[in-house]
Design a protein around this ligand. Structure first.
Ligand code: PEP
Ligand code: MN
Length: 275
């Protein structure tokens, strides 16, 4: 093994695969886990409505951004601490564990005080100091693939978290930058079997950011499950047209519930079930 090879994340380090368990939800087992919720926490009413809807529609984990990385500094950048408080409220009401993004190591104590799973976003995949901090946090980490990251770079990012002492890393393919402009990103479903081949860590797929179009999400969610994804990350908003971020790729509760219903048959065809 060369000095810079994968040590902890490599499939050979744990051939049977890793299951990350959080509040009774097992990510990486036979069951495909659905994580859903709004892109951003916008208000108590918006979050609670979305949380109830995704639970009713088949989600077992709630997502919602309190600290939002936005391309423009003038876009809605999240409710921050108030958003974390609302996520805790939604968890208390629904019982769903919560995943939310930590954008900066300075926010980690506050975010870790609320989150059941820490999300490290695409833009921070190679923020090595943040990776080490979440590695020391003791919480599971949902590490999204950088938008221009190779699989090798992605796995080294996971290795950073693990090398800092945290074995509970969950990967998430969320689309990469290509020459194509008709979709927000190009969802790289090659990544699913490739990551499973190279690492024992669970692999999720985010068809919401991977396509940028709500109408494409059900098809690509189905394709992800067929390709062997261990779970999905799907954005849902009760009024996508009024969403403060990512309304264009957010499903309505009805569309979400219908998409999850259709996944059951796909999951069964590949020897899985929806959690
Ligand atoms: C998100 O999940 O809302 C998000 C910002 O995702 P990404 O980091 O993949 O762009
Ligand atoms: Mn989003």
């Amino acid at each position: 093994m060369t000095d810079d090879g994968l040590r902890l994340a490599a499939r050979t380090a744990k051939p049977d695969g890793t299951v990350v368990e959080v509040r009774g939800v097992r990510i990486g087992g036979r069951e495909v886990v659905i994580i859903a919720g709004p892109c951003a926490v916008e208000s108590e009413a918006q979050l609670l409505a979305a949380a109830r809807a995704v639970k009713a529609g088949g989600a077992s984990v709630l997502r919602g951004g309190a600290f939002k990385p936005r391309t423009s500094p003038y876009s809605f950048r999240g409710l921050e601490l108030e958003g974390l408080r609302l996520l805790a409220l939604a968890r208390a009401e629904t019982g769903l564990p919560v995943v939310t993004e930590v954008m900066d190591a300075r926010h980690l104590p506050a975010v870790a005080g609320c989150a059941d799973i820490l999300q490290v976003g695409s833009r921070n995949m190679q923020n090595f100091t943040l990776l080490e901090e979440v590695g020391r946090s003791g919480l599971p980490v949902l590490l999204k693939r950088g938008m221009s990251a190779t699989i090798a770079e992605y796995l080294q990012a996971a290795e950073y978290v693990m090398a800092a002492g945290n074995p509970r890393v969950i990967l998430c393919e969320r689309g990469i930058r290509t020459f194509e402009t008709s979709t927000r990103n190009t969802l790289d479903l090659n990544a699913v079997p490739m990551l499973h081949h190279e690492t024992h860590l669970p692999v999720l797929v985010d068809p919401s950011h991977g396509t940028g179009h709500a109408w494409m999400v059900p098809a690509m969610a189905a394709a992800a499950v067929a390709a062997g994804a261990d779970g999905l990350l799907i954005e849902v908003h009760c009024d996508p047209g009024a969403a403060l971020s990512d309304g264009g790729n957010s499903l309505t509760p009805d569309a979400f519930a219908e998409a999850v219903r259709r996944l059951a048959g796909i999951a069964a065809a590949v020897g899985r079930a929806i959690a």
